[in-house]
Design a protein around this ligand. Structure first.
Ligand code: DOR
Ligand code: ZN
Length: 337
């Protein structure tokens, strides 16, 4: 049986939520990853030092004894330098959402304008705090990311010393932008390396594959896969695992988000293996992120074995019930217990 040992895998974009959902999902990530970047789109969003610190404590409580570093983020608002200085040691990055673009982003930024956001972004440069961005306009759903490219370009040009992470990129346009600006980086999810809009809506509608940004065309998926499997130094794995209760996914207004936390590593190993790229997996899931963010997470070895794993229909506790991607399907690799 083949085995592969991964050193210190990281998930650079995840939604842990709060309360019973947090208690259900956080241990699943902490079991297989050494650290993760925790998104701040709670209700209300994480915008104060107290909120960051107490959320981190709730996460650490939820994961128990597992060796795992939650890298906290702050929800972007117009912050001054004094405030950012006070919170700098508690966060890894600030996450910018255009207002209303996705789950719990109502208090995001209504106009992403370099002049308007100058004070905050200048302070982030001075304090060396990266900016993570959900890059979509409110245009036609298939064009939202492409239409956002000029915003990334002006941010990258106007703030050349700001580290900018284009989160969960889904298009070849975003891939092409990566090499045009030294300070632009990207995270890529699991689902966007695998599916296209056809998988979501080409046959029977698949609510558990519906997320923002929506999966795009084959040429987009292929461009993402190419940079991931070649271990391109500016891309890193960020699952965007986004749990919603089953009844909110299997509903006539389906919440956006794909829950991949419990299957991400198993599927990534299979995907890189099938593309003869296992040698580049550590760049994608660990080393690139170490360098981009200058972090040194707790060392952790995770071994996977080429042994079938049947994905549970759902993960649940007393109050929550979430359906993972590939529920009830059989994966080729499992985590060695
Ligand atoms: O599909 C998504 N779900 N995209 C996001 O940007 C947010 C996320 C969520 O929080 O559910
Ligand atoms: Zn997200």
């Amino acid at each position: 049986m083949r085995k592969i040992t991964l050193q210190t895998p990281l998930d650079m974009h995840i939604h842990f939520r709060d309360n019973e959902m947090l208690n259900l999902v956080a241990p699943l990530t902490a079991k297989t990853f050494s650290g993760a970047v925790i998104m701040p789109n709670l209700v209300p969003p994480v915008t104060t030092k107290e909120a960051v610190v107490s959320y981190k404590q709730r996460i650490l409580k939820a994961i128990g004894d597992e060796k795992f570093e939650p890298f906290m983020t702050l929800f972007f608002q117009k912050y001054n330098k004094e405030f950012l200085e006070s919170v700098k040691d508690d966060i890894l990055a600030v996450k910018l959402y255009p207002a209303g673009i996705t789950t719990n982003s109502e208090s995001g930024v209504s106009s992403i304008d370099s002049v308007e956001l100058k004070e905050t972004l200048d302070a982030m440069v001075e304090l060396n705090i990266p900016l993570c961005v959900h890059g979509e306009t409110n245009g036609f759903v298939m064009d939202r990311e492409k239409e956002f490219m000029p915003v990334y370009e002006s941010l990258a040009r106007d703030f050349p010393k700001l580290t900018i992470i284009m989160e969960h990129i889904t298009t070849k346009d975003a891939v092409e932008l990566l090499d045009k600006y030294d300070n632009l980086y990207a995270s890529i999810t699991l689902q966007h390396l695998i599916i296209t809009l056809d998988d979501v809506a080409g046959g029977m509608l698949k609510p558990h594959l519906f997320c923002k940004p929506i999966a795009k065309r084959y040429e987009d998926r292929d461009a993402l896969l190419k940079v991931a499997i070649e271990g391109h130094p500016k891309v890193m794995f960020g699952s965007d695992s986004a749990p919603h209760p089953k009844h909110k996914k299997e509903a006539c207004g389906c919440a956006a988000g794909v829950f991949t936390a419990p299957i991400a590593l198993q599927v990534l190993v299979d995907l890189f293996d099938k593309n003869n790229a296992l040698d580049n997996l550590s760049a994608f899931i660990s080393e690139n992120a170490f360098k981009i963010y200058d972090i040194n997470p707790p060392k952790k070895e995770i071994t996977l074995v080429e042994k079938e794993f049947t994905v549970p229909s759902s993960y649940s506790n007393e109050t929550e019930n979430v359906v993972p991607m590939y529920s009830d399907e059989v994966l080729a690799w499992s985590i060695q217990e």
